[in-house]
Design a protein around this ligand. Structure first.
Ligand SMILES: [Ca+2]
Ligand SMILES: [Ca+2]
Length: 828
């Protein structure tokens, strides 16, 4: 099979060396059933399409080339440019094939009567893909089903392609052409050839695909949706079965390529007295020096000031790690780390290093997410006044495309489609989409109240005028922004309570077309209340005939009620001075919501909205009880309940432990004595778990990256440290800060946009189509592409599981950052 035509002209330079080198570079199957060569991983059927989000660009056959995952979703698809919610195949199995270095993936579209295997076999210095159908295509799929392989747009911007010998440029912007039939389908950029080379000029990105039989087409799926990729496709010929599609894929292997070390540290720098440990992430094939040097940078240039041996930190995922400890350097200044011939970007050692690490999260990101307000920052309007037409009652028995679902009972006095007055106030748009998720809104309130109670949080940089629905960033109004934000969230939670007598699941766009909205929140709906008596384009005062008002999903879920009870109890404390009437109303609602859940909690009613894990009812009950206990300064009702909850606190200590110690001042000495062994046991357990990775924080390995868990870990450990300083030290909280601000796998960017010397500046916020950021937002961070590839893309904004800011992740950061500042203050 070597020396075939597809091997091509470009290979000649690489093949002049002797056969053993080519041999060494050919793909080999691993114990994890991936195919690996130096600088190349081909993974098939390891990451599957999501049951909630469908196409996440993390399924099928994927190619990691010289350290970047440049291709994904190699699968049979029913459309040349499928969108996120288009039909996706069901993963059936992954096995090793009968030939050496061969992986066989089986998939199916049951609904369409299509099942097949895709066989990936090492071939030369690339691989062969063969699609074998169990039966020829059903007539309904002829001319529709094809094999697609998606290439990451940012990997190919500014580069060229060759379809056979016909050259083309990858467009920087989606520029069509579109089919003229009004279908909304893009036409291919190039088609009709049997050989396609992507980026022939770039050895790090060059991939040649040759098809036996079926011709190749190249599409720009961004013509249909901004998050589309470049799609290479062959249609499956009618009647074909075995070898229905055969591709030979040859990613260029750069001879001797080794991934360069990633030196990761806190991009905000370090306070002089604290520990300072950089981690070095190493390709196991890299010849790693055993020393690193700290250099100091002044107006006269840079000079080495400290050199030390690095200490091995073991292997984790596909990399090896080493630590460079420069804690002994305390002199304020600008520093950088020099390792293996490369010097990092600079960072400060300074008593002021953390003076401004969380403020943008509060005064800019959270302000930008405020619903029902106009948000201005000097010349820039972040959004016009949004969603004034909230909200209509969602119908029963409805499964919504974003995971919301309504059962047969509405738990609401309103009829399906009926307008619910009063909901068009307060709250935050949860994330890069524009819905109000009640539990995350409740978490934002709690985080802000706790940060204020524990650490102050008197920052004022923003004018917030609820009556005028007006927000102006960079214009202090004399009122702490946190208090104003707490009030803004409370307005929404109380509005829900007044309308329904309970918390609801949330408020979201009724149609997919509206949901995919990108840009200004104010234009997601027309802001006018839907009146069915008006024609679609008719307007009458504040009403219109457009049924674009968001829907309220009103199911009464005990865990949500308790989350809201806790948030309202917390809010009552924060608002006591500035708005005693609202504080009293919030506390009364919190008590009533808590009381109304007693029978359901006793019955173990653990219903969720499909997003919550099991056990949430106990966690929510404990959290609500603690916030009510604090709000009532030790009401015996909540004391008694918290005593009863001790076994649940023990069971879910990672979630509740930090909160549990906040209750100590209101409980008897027995309570503290009961917690002490739990804290000790938890510390032992967590130390054991954390030894599994070099970063010293819990790293999520699921389908959404875990910066939020790291933030919660940081603040919980600080609360445990405060209450039991002899058991838990401040180092966990500082490690959490280090992780969030850059000391994490994959790269060294701070996960909080604009915080630190280098941060994530291409995020999945409302402005993601512009490849920009919302200052202060924290992204989820590093995901594990299974089986072992840690990924945080730097230049592509559309992977929500790595890049999407959420409000409660960001407020969890505000709390954790303040805890870390306090922890750093203890280390002298
Ligand atoms: Ca303010
Ligand atoms: Ca409307």
């Amino acid at each position: 099979m070597k020396g075939k035509m597809w091997f091509g002209l470009l290979a000649s330079a690489c093949t002049v060396t002797a056969a053993p080198v080519a041999q060494a570079q050919s793909l080999k199957v691993t114990a994890d059933q991936t195919l690996e060569a130096p600088g190349l991983s081909v993974i098939a059927g390891q990451n599957t399409f999501s049951p909630i989000f469908f196409d996440e660009k993390n399924g099928g056959i994927q190619i990691i080339m010289q350290g970047d995952r440049i291709a994904a979703d190699g699968e049979v698809r029913l459309d040349p440019t499928p969108e996120q919610w288009a039909p996706v195949p069901t993963f059936v199995s992954r096995t090793l094939g009968p030939q050496p270095n061969q992986v066989v993936m089986r998939s199916a579209y049951e609904k369409f009567g299509l099942s097949y295997s895709i066989t990936v076999t090492a071939e030369g210095d690339g691989f062969r893909i063969a699609v074998d159908l169990d039966k020829p295509l059903p007539a309904s799929l002829a001319g529709k089903a094809g094999f697609n392989l998606d290439f990451l747009p940012t990997a190919y911007f500014g580069k060229t392609y060759l379809m056979d010998s016909d050259p083309g440029l990858f467009p920087r912007n989606a520029n069509g052409p579109m089919a003229k039939d009004g279908s909304g389908n893009p036409q291919p950029l190039a088609a009709g050839g049997t050989s396609l080379t992507l980026a022939p000029e770039d050895p790090a990105r060059r991939v040649t695909i040759t098809s036996d039989g079926a011709s190749l087409a190249l599409y720009d799926a961004r013509n249909r949706a901004q998050n589309g990729w470049f799609v290479v496709r062959s249609l499956i010929p009618a009647g074909a079965r075995n070898n229905a599609i055969v591709w030979h894929v040859r990613p260029n292997l750069v001879k001797g390529w080794v991934r360069q070390p990633v030196v990761s540290f806190n991009q905000a720098g370090y306070t002089p007295g604290r520990d300072k440990i950089a981690l070095i992430e190493l390709d196991p094939a890299f010849k790693a020096p055993d020393e690193a040097t700290l250099v100091k940078i002044t107006g006269d240039g840079e000079k080495p000031v400290f050199t030390a041996k690095v200490s091995p930190r073991g292997k984790w995922m596909r990399y090896a790690y080493a630590a460079f400890d420069f804690s002994s350097v305390r002199e304020p200044g600008i520093y950088a780390i020099s390792y293996a011939g490369h010097t990092t970007n600079p960072f400060p050692i300074s008593a002021h290093a953390y003076d401004h690490i969380w403020q943008a999260s509060l005064d800019t990101y959270l302000a930008e997410q405020m619903d029902h307000m106009r948000v201005r920052e000097q010349y820039r309007i972040w959004q016009g006044t949004s969603h004034l037409d909230d909200a209509r009652q969602a119908p029963p028995n409805h499964v919504h495309f974003d995971g919301y679902r309504m059962g047969p009972n509405l738990d609401s006095p309103y009829k399906p489609g009926q307008r619910i007055p009063g909901l068009n106030v307060g709250g935050w748009q949860d994330a890069g989409d524009f819905d109000i998720q009640t539990p995350s809104n409740a978490a934002v309130i709690r985080d802000l109240v706790w940060t204020r109670e524990l650490f102050g949080l008197d920052w004022d940089e923003t004018t917030i005028d609820e009556a005028a629905r007006d927000v102006q960033i960079r214009k202090p109004d004399g009122v702490p922004d946190a208090v104003q934000q707490i009030r803004h969230g409370t307005l929404q939670l109380l509005a829900q309570y007044k309308a329904f007598g309970h918390a609801i699941v949330g408020i979201i766009s009724p149609t997919l077309k509206q949901y995919t909205h990108l840009g200004d929140a104010a234009s997601q709906t027309d802001g006018r209340i839907y009146d069915p008596k008006l024609g679609e384009n008719q307007i009458n005062g504040d009403a219109s005939g457009k049924p674009d008002d968001r829907w309220a999903f009103t199911t009464d879920l005990p865990a949500n009620d308790l989350a809201v009870a806790g948030a309202l109890a917390a809010a009552s404390r924060a608002l006591r001075d500035s708005d005693p009437a609202m504080a009293a109303e919030a506390l009364a609602a919190a008590k009533a919501l808590w009381q109304a859940q007693r029978a359901k909690v006793a019955a173990g009613d653990n219903r969720g909205d499909g997003r919550d894990g099991p056990g949430m009812i106990d966690i929510s009950d404990a959290m609500a009880t603690i916030d009510l206990l604090i709000a009532t300064k030790g009401d015996p009702v909540y004391r008694a309940r918290l005593e009863q909850l001790l076994p649940k606190i023990r069971e879910h200590f990672a979630w509740i432990g930090g909160a549990a110690v906040r209750a100590i001042p209101y409980m008897g000495a027995d309570y503290r004595a009961a917690l002490a062994p739990e804290v000790r046991a938890f510390k032992e357990k967590i130390d054991g778990q954390l030894a599994d990775n070099p970063f010293g924080v819990p790293i999520a390995e699921g389908s959404w990256a875990g910066s939020a868990q790291v933030a919660m870990f940081g603040s919980s450990m600080y609360l445990l440290h405060q209450a039991f300083p002899d058991i838990v030290g401040p180092e966990y909280t500082l490690r959490a800060l280090d992780y969030m601000l850059g000391r994490h796998p994959a790269n060294n960017l701070s996960l909080v946009s604009t915080v630190g010397t280098q941060s994530k500046l291409i995020g999945y916020g409302h402005n993601r189509a512009d490849y920009t950021f919302v200052p202060g937002g924290m992204v989820p961070g590093v995901i594990i592409i299974k089986p072992d590839f840690p990924e945080l893309k730097t230049d592509w904004p559309f992977l929500w599981f790595e890049n999407e800011y959420t409000v409660n992740t960001t407020t969890a950061y505000i709390l954790a950052a303040n805890a870390a500042i306090a922890a750093a203050g203890e280390e002298h």
